[in-house]
Structure formats: C-alpha cells, structure tokens
Design a protein around this ligand. Sequence first.
Ligand code: SF4
Ligand code: SF4
Length: 178
Amino acid sequence: MEEGGVNVIDLTQADESFVKELEGLGADELRECIQCGKCASTCPMALAGLEFFIKRIIHAANLGLRDILLEDSSVWGCQSCNRCVEVCPMDIKPYEVIQAVRRAAVKVESCPANTYEGLRNLYRFGHAVYPKGYEERRKKAGLPEKPPTAISNEELRKKFQEVLRNTILEEIAPFPLD
Ligand code: SF4
Ligand code: SF4
C-alpha cells in the first residue's frame, strides 16, 4: 500500500499460518531470506514494473500477507527464467516461492482468467497455448494440421488427461474434465 509516496505494510494483516502454508507448498527455505535484493536485480519482472517484484514477493510471503499476495497479479508475471535461483546467496529458490504463492492462489481460485484458459487448453489439447485457427494456419504453411505432440496421439492425450484428473485440477477446474 502506498501512503504519501512511502510504501506502508499493514502488519495487522500478517498471518503466520500463510507462511506455513507456503512452506508446505514448496517455499521451504522462505524464512532464510536476508532481503539482499540480488534476485530483484536480475529479475525481468522488476523491469516490467509489476507492483510486487520478486524481492517484495518474498518479503510479503515471509510476513504472511495472504490477501495482498493473492489479490495482486504480480506472481503470474514471473517468466520462469530461474535467474533468481542462480543468484540467491541463501539458496531460497525464489522461483519456488512464486510457485508456492501460485499454488495457494489456485487453491482458492484466485488466479487470472487466462490461467484457466491455459489449463483448459492443456487438458483438451496437451498444450497450454493452442490458439484458434492454429490447424488452418499450419495447413497453409504446408505443415501437418496438428503438431507431432499429444494432440496428434489420442492414446497419449488420454493418458495425460488421466494424470491431470488425479491432480488438484479435478477440484478447481471451472470446466468439465471429461
Ligand atoms: S536473493 Fe535470496 S536472500 Fe536475497 S532477497 Fe532474493 S530471495 Fe532473499
Ligand atoms: S524465475 Fe520469475 S521471479 Fe525468478 S528471476 Fe525469473 S521472472 Fe524473476
């Protein structure tokens, strides 16, 4: 929260149970962070001007600021480049903290609509990104209509769907898993 040009953290929102939840979701080294900022210095999210770049996400996660983290969409801007993991002197694996916050968000269905679109595509086609008209454009380019991946192999796709049905997707998907 910004007050008079100064960032103010409302510690009445700090929730230790959220820190524990994140640890259980993969951010097990979270509390070792010394806020040195090395992760932020190499993170493309900081350049993109997102409200919560990686150092602030780690800080907010350490304080258990559940509502702030889940309401803000910054964690979904992570590019999975893992630069933060390479530079962190405390072996926090900041990317794992991002993933833990995402997992917590998914559990309460607090993620951007396009995330569900990606999940729907992944379930139906085996590709998170499968744009409309893709097959037509491939045909025009002289390529087989479908790429040689799970989408071209019914048996593999069914196996993949079975794996997905045994994940949390079964509980949270806002679309039928049939
Ligand atoms: S580099 Fe590691 S220790 Fe430094 S702020 Fe980032 S997560 Fe914390
Ligand atoms: S993995 Fe995500 S948080 Fe880490 S440096 Fe890359 S964009 Fe930033």
